[in-house]
Ligand binder design. Structure first.
Ligand code: A3P
Length: 297
């Protein structure tokens, strides 16, 4: 997109129709950003369903890219959320800010494959996590958010875990996201990793990521990136990851957001019936190979 277009007050012609791939709109998503974002081959897009380890991958990539940076204040400043509305900023101002980011630009997105702009141009890192853990993580996300943050995001605190499981299944983002990305997993410009792979051996996962991106990696850089991306470091620095309200106040209560960071957390929290509802939906919406990859087969 040219600076002239960005500076204009009327929308460019191709904005007149919504993106045909837009599909399910999300109240926080800005379709104009998605319709007008110009990807570069050096861009890296972190693509995840909510609560699948998005922020962890933001931190890993930022640390790999910089060789170790402890000076940033908010991870979203250095690895922005691509499609997120940012009032009072207009979509043009958001895109202008994206244009000014240093190369390689890093972004996170919760878009489906079809919604993701630049999906054939940028490098894509897909992180997937057990849906039962994502569901539980989302529950605590809502329980730990401050009232003002909930209101600002148009969210509500669930009345119970059971009500949350129903709402999470109804929202369906986890299923929509993986059903759309799974068929793309063999693409040359895509690397798929499981949250459990990162948990099992973080330095090995970091090495895979650096290899995929063609970024040089010394043992020292790998060790430093792993240290700064460890759960302990991120928990101790959680104010850099948990976001702030417009008035600067924290979006989460202390201990929230960078919360527990475990695989299999659902085992102590979901009832057999709640788990069965999630697994039934998985079998309805995803191929057996995908379920086996996630250990759900
Ligand atoms: P829990 O709520 O299960 O603890 P997202 O960034 O997609 O919203 O995902 C948030 C989840 O990733 C939270 O899961 C959070 O604790 C976990 N997470 C963040 N950083 C992590 C790290 N360094 N190691 C393990 N898990 C991490």
């Amino acid at each position: 997109m040219s600076t002239q277009q960005l500076a204009g007050t009327s929308r460019p012609e191709r904005d007149e129709q919504p993106d045909p791939h837009w599909g399910e709109p999300h109240p926080l998503h800005d379709p104009w950003i998605l319709a007008n974002f110009q990807a570069r081959p050096t861009d890296v897009l972190i693509t995840t369903a909510p609560k699948a380890g998005t922020t962890w991958m933001q931190q890993i990539l930022h640390q790999l890219c910089t060789g170790g940076d402890e000076a940033f204040e908010d991870i979203d400043d250095v690895v922005p959320w691509l499609e997120r509305q940012r009032p009072p900023q207009t979509w043009r101002q958001v895109l202008e800010a994206f244009e000014a980011l240093a190369t390689p630009r890093l972004f996170k997105t919760h878009c489906t494959w079809e919604q993701t702009p630049g999906r054939d141009i940028a490098r894509l890192i897909l992180t997937v996590r057990d849906p039962r853990d994502c569901c539980i993580s989302f529950y605590h996300h809502l329980m730990d958010m401050t009232d003002s943050a909930l209101a600002c995001h148009g969210l509500e605190r669930p009345a119970s875990l059971d009500a949350h499981v129903d709402a999470w299944l109804g929202f369906g983002a986890w299923f929509r996201n993986l059903a759309s990305w799974w068929p793309q997993r063999e693409r040359d410009n895509l690397l798929m990793l499981r949250y459990s792979d990162l948990k099992a051996d973080l330095p090995a996962a970091i090495t895979r990521i650096a290899d995929f991106l063609g970024w040089p990696l010394t043992p020292q850089t790998c060790e430093r990136a792993a240290h700064l991306s460890s759960f302990a470091w991120m928990k101790a620095n959680s104010q850099r990851f948990a976001g702030r309200n417009a008035d600067g106040s924290p979006m989460f209560r202390p201990g929230g957001f960078i919360r527990k960071g475990e695989t299999g957390d659902h085992k102590t929290q979901l009832t057999p019936d709640q788990e069965a509802r999630i697994l039934r939906r998985c079998r309805q919406e995803l191929p057996a190979e995908c379920l086996a990859y996630l250990g759900l087969g």
